[in-house]
Design a protein around this ligand. Structure first.
Ligand code: MRU
Length: 344
């Protein structure tokens, strides 16, 4: 399937990304040359979505490694770890970030006997490998997930788990793209996803670009749509999945899952294995990123609430495993109680 948008690409020396904070008004590509630039791009949501964050952070660590001047291996390794900690502090919820960084550190450890130039080369190779693995995951997710989509289905999604969130065609939206390619009639209802509107700005943008029938709704409209029998299936992405299947995803996902259960609508989570944190027995251990209050107080740069107020702005919530029908992964579709076995 052809790529909808090249969200990030490695240009042999720098990382090029689409600045998602400017979408849908402007499609601007920016170049990142340093670890600080990568950190800031992730923090300010220029690049976002768990798999894309993981890949960008990994290339960020490689960019940092390239700048290290010392010839002393111990010093080199401790500077790598310092930069890894810095990058990991950027957005604490998406597990893919930790997965990518830890894989790179492992590669450095395994190759520490090589020359500095060779170690750095192996880091670059590992980043490119992870990029390609993510691309491949989205293809497999599209193939497994497409079987769940019948002709004429109306699909609800939350936030953006499409091409803009991965190196490929996405997670939650990947099955939709394939279903449409196979000539199934599909319609996607898109939660706007306050506070920063990834649904309205990003999901609508990429679905429209791909020619998929899509309808934007405010977050508080999903229940009414379900009650009117206008949603057949819900598919969302994930930022971190614990061993029991508890799932962190964009704030509001839990509410959608509760609504789906009440209305007997299947609720699927699509994610690559790099999103599964097998070290956590359940969702209570997942760190929830708290973001700046201005995201809630302003829309499009315009203040919508009085000044000097208290604001609560968690970026993610946890959907308990018992509300999730299944996980669409590159290895197949699994019930929550099957997740644990994937580790062994
Ligand atoms: O804050 P964001 O935009 O990074 O949040 C993104 C989400 O919650 C996505 O649904 C999730 O990362 C899955 S992306 C394939």
């Amino acid at each position: 399937m052809e790529q909808i948008i090249q969200t990030l690409s490695w240009k042999n020396g720098f990382l090029e990304i689409v600045d998602q904070s400017r979408l849908p008004l402007e499609e601007r590509h920016i170049k990142l040359f340093t670890v600080k630039q990568v950190y800031s791009a992730i923090k300010t949501l220029k690049i976002r979505g768990a798999p894309a964050i993981g890949l960008a952070a990994s290339f960020g660590l490689f960019l940092a490694a390239r700048q290290i001047k010392t010839k002393n291996k111990d010093q080199f390794f401790s500077l790598i770890q310092k930069n890894a900690t810095y990058l990991k502090s950027c957005r604490p919820t998406a597990y893919n970030l930790f997965y990518g960084i830890d894989r790179l550190i492992e590669v450095v450890k395994q190759n520490i006997h090589l020359s500095m130039e060779e170690i750095i080369m192996t880091m670059e190779k590992e980043c490119v490998k992870m990029f390609n693995e993510d691309l491949h995951s989205s293809v497999k997710i599209s193939e497994f997930g497409e079987k769940l989509i019948r002709d004429g289905m109306k699909i609800l999604t939350h936030c953006n788990a499409g091409a803009l969130a991965t190196s490929g065609i996405g997670t939650a939206l990947a099955p939709v793209y394939l279903a449409a390619k196979r000539n199934k009639t599909v319609e996607v209802f898109v939660d706007e996803t306050r506070p920063v509107l990834q649904g309205a700005r990003l999901t609508m943008w990429e679905l429209k670009k791909a020619g998929i029938k899509c309808t934007l709704i405010c977050d508080n409209m999903a229940g009414f749509l379900m009650q009117q029998k206008n949603i057949d299936i819900v598919i969302t992405g994930a930022d971190r999945i614990a061993r029991n299947g508890d799932t962190a995803n964009k704030i509001g996902t839990y509410s959608v899952a509760v609504l789906a259960r009440f209305h007997n609508i299947p609720f699927y989570v699509a994610a690559p294995m790099s999103t599964f944190d097998f070290s956590l027995s359940d969702g209570r251990g997942i760190p929830i990123e708290q973001r700046d209050k201005t995201e809630v107080e302003y829309i499009g740069g315009k203040r919508i609430a009085p000044a000097d107020i208290d604001v609560y702005n968690p970026a993610f919530d946890i959907t308990p495993a018992n509300l999730i029908t299944g996980f669409i992964t590159e290895k197949g579709i699994f019930r929550p109680d099957e997740i644990e076995n994937l580790t062994t």
